[in-house]
Design a protein around this ligand. Sequence first.
Ligand code: ATP
Ligand code: MN
Length: 465
Amino acid sequence: MDKISVSDARRAEAVGRHVRLQGWVRTRRDSKGGFSFIELNDGSCQGNVQVVAPGELANYESVVKHLHTGASVRIDGEVKASPAKGQATEVLAASVELIGDADVNTYPLQKKGHSFEFLRGIAHLRPRTNTLGAVARVRHQVSISIHQFFHERGFYYVHTPVITASDCEGAGAMFRVSTIDPEAPPKAEGKVDYKQDFFGKPAYLTVSGQLQGEAFACALGKIYTFGPTFRAENSNTPRHLAEFWMIEPEMAFYDLTDNMDLAEAFLKRIISDAMTYCLEDLKFFAEKLENNKGLFEKLENVLNNGFKRVSYTEGVDILLKSGKTWEYPVAWGVDLQSEHERYLAEQHFKCPVILYDYPRTLKPFYMKVNDDGKTVRAMDVLVPGVGEIIGGSQREERLDVLESRMREQGLPPEGYEWYLDLRRYGTVPHSGFGLGLERTILFLSGMANIRDVIPFPRTPGNAEY
Ligand code: ATP
Ligand code: MN
């Protein structure tokens, strides 16, 4: 008797094996013929396996006929070819053991569909639903594909710190990390004395591992980070989390074109792996989510075509000539909003777009200044349905330009001396970008809200579980 997963029991090759299955009852249906069907799921795949529990089982009347949705069971039996359509196998049970019952009157996940909003309120149980289970499996596959993609190309995985004393971009609002008693902080000259705090100065949760990643790229050549990232912005949108996961490759001797080529190959690899290894889950998303019938067409279209590369200036021209009225008006020099990004990717080009060469005033100090003096070598990858999924740039490798950019943006040089050293000693042209893991899952699945593609979402006003 082998313990196998539901996923394995569903394969035609399993026919004839005597197996043990352990999982949760999705539904039970009693047949007039004096036996019952149990739909069993153990999370290993989207589909259930159908278990036929014959009336001859010793506990048929006492246990089997009272199995509830959500109960955990252990089933020994033989895998048979299924006569029913749409499934290769079923399992004829020799024994059914109830492990943990689930009270029908209180178990919140009954057979009927629940809204995603309702499920967020039971985030500890929602991984048992078809949709959140599929999200978890796709997240896993995407994470594996990311490591494989970089490993195969000679990139090293670097673990950058979660706690940092430098505000990387000078942009994103940060969460403070402190052991100071907020009721009675130590004071010096009337102000809170952070010299007495744990790190001897103010410290924060990281908004990006990029600067530290650059130190390793300027030693190992090609590296990537993959870790949690924190932003204390009060953006209550379906695309922002306070805690999300970001993948940040950084490459010495890469210019902006190399950076774009890498970003495009990277996204294509993630998509094609998901279509190979998560087909059943993606089909589920295509069939069950609203307005998602075209999911496969969208993904195929991205795989089979080059991303459109246009400068920010050209992008703004297109938006200005579109004849659309925007909630946020467009002009050269303004930051593009989600509505603009999505218009370019969804309606104008109908494919992923790489926008590059943004106004210097919009972007952080570390991006390389172009010869025109007005723009920097930034690139954002915009995809249909989501908008910005990647933000990156070629970095400024010239010490004097970097220093003047820091002054321009009012950054104190003190905390950044180590970063400037990377330009003082053996500076090289280099590039990198950041991909948001959750935005990638939104794109791949067609899910509408970023809170439903991370296990336990953290957003303004919400850090439950
Ligand atoms: P946006 O303009 O959409 O707020 P950003 O320009 O602040 O994003 P970057 O600093 O460029 O984001 O971060 C790189 C990537 O990380 C983004 O392209 C996106 O995929 C992801 N990302 C950024 N902020 C968030 C967030 N709050 N929640 C989830 N993902 C995010
Ligand atoms: Mn960005």
